[in-house]
Write a protein that binds this ligand. Structure first.
Ligand code: ATP
Length: 327
């Protein structure tokens, strides 16, 4: 799927609002792409343009070689079926069982009953809910309801699964299991997944690539591993928060771990590097984790002698550790 130069403006009483400003992104088949950004960044507008619910002011949304922004009527409806959409709340019908909720889009599409039954059995198995087919939504946990929502989104075999804040209403453990399911679906079905989220954990745990939106425009975009290891990126800071020690006036230097150009990659190595130059230091705080298969993090080094801050900065800079003074 590719989005090219997508712009959407709204006319309001206070003037023109640019909700999307020449946004471009390419999501290869089978990839999980995260769209992140604060409230008002344009995420909902983008998802509505992708699914054809909103017509962009200019630009293209190309799915399977076809620009869907120019389609109308039946053609648009057919193009929309290429997307399965998962919402924050599954919004299941209480009067229907889990199986009948999954069956709903297939009934609307006019499938025969036997074919629907076979497909629903297959889908509930895919999302790990075979034993819950006859349960009503009220008898299911939030995570199980979301699994039913995902099965329903997959019913008509879409090429792209669009997930709009799929885990925002779930606790951490359930979020983990839903993200695990999305990854598994990608691996098993080869489906393309686009996840709109404001949660750093979603990006960290499941995305292959990310687009960071701000005020409707792309601020950062690329493979998660590459973005995360560069401390000058906003995503690096948002995804690797550092526990700040007390504001006690001590001089500290913050460095990034895991940058591809760095000549030292471990905390011990950094302290040893400083010691070799006659600079005694200790760790004030550190965050190290594996994201997109890379060990990345941030380290706050406390100097025993604050007058050595300039020389420590120089040593760390020489090792491409991107030091910053953090008093
Ligand atoms: N129908 C509309 N008319 C006027 N302005 C709109 C309309 N829809 C969205 N906007 C504006 O476009 C901008 C982007 O909004 P959008 O809802 O896409 O952001 P978002 O990133 O999804 O935010 P949130 O996470 O809060 O939903 C905002 O400034 C919003 O006020």
């Amino acid at each position: 799927m590719a989005v090219r130069d997508l712009t959407k403006t709204f006319e309001s009483r206070s003037g023109t609002v640019t909700a999307l400003d020449r946004v471009s992104l390419t999501v290869p088949r089978g990839e999980i792409h995260g769209i992140v950004g604060r409230s008002g960044a344009g995420k909902s507008t983008l998802i509505r343009c992708l699914t054809g619910l909103e017509r962009p002011t200019s630009g293209e949304v190309v799915v399977a070689g076809e620009d869907i922004t120019v389609l109308r009527g039946d053609q648009l409806r057919a193009a929309r079926r290429r997307f399965g959409v998962v919402y924050q709340h599954a919004n299941l019908l209480d009067s229907r069982t889990a199986a009948d909720n999954v069956a709903l889009p297939l009934e609307i599409a006019g499938w025969e009953k036997a074919r629907i039954d076979a497909r629903v059995t297959e889908l509930l198995d895919l999302v790990g809910l075979s034993d819950r087919a006859r349960n009503h939504p009220g008898q299911l946990s939030g995570g199980q309801q979301q699994r039913v929502g995902i099965a329903r989104a997959l019913a008509a075999d879409p090429e792209i699964l669009l997930c709009d804040e799929p885990t925002s209403a779930l606790d951490a453990a359930t979020t983990g299991s839903i993200l695990g399911l999305l990854r598994e679906l990608r691996d098993r079905l080869g489906i393309t997944v686009v996840i709109i989220t404001h949660e750093p954990s979603v990006v960290r745990e499941v995305c292959d690539a990310v687009t960071l939106l701000g005020d409707g425009a792309v601020i950062e975009q690329g493979r998660l591993g590459a973005l995360i290891s560069d401390p000058s990126n906003r995503l690096h800071r948002e995804l690797i928060p550092l526990v700040e020690p007390a504001a006690d006036g001590l001089t500290r230097l913050q460095v990034a771990l895991g940058h591809p150009d760095a000549t030292v990659g471990t905390i011990d190595g950094i302290l040893a590097l400083l010691r070799r130059e006659g600079i005694e230091s200790d760790v004030a705080a550190a965050t190290v984790e594996t994201i997109a298969g890379r060990r990345v993090g941030r380290l706050l080094v406390e100097l025993a002698d604050p007058s050595q801050v300039a020389s420590a900065h120089k040593v760390l800079d020489g090792a491409n550790l991107h030091p910053e003074v953090a008093a």
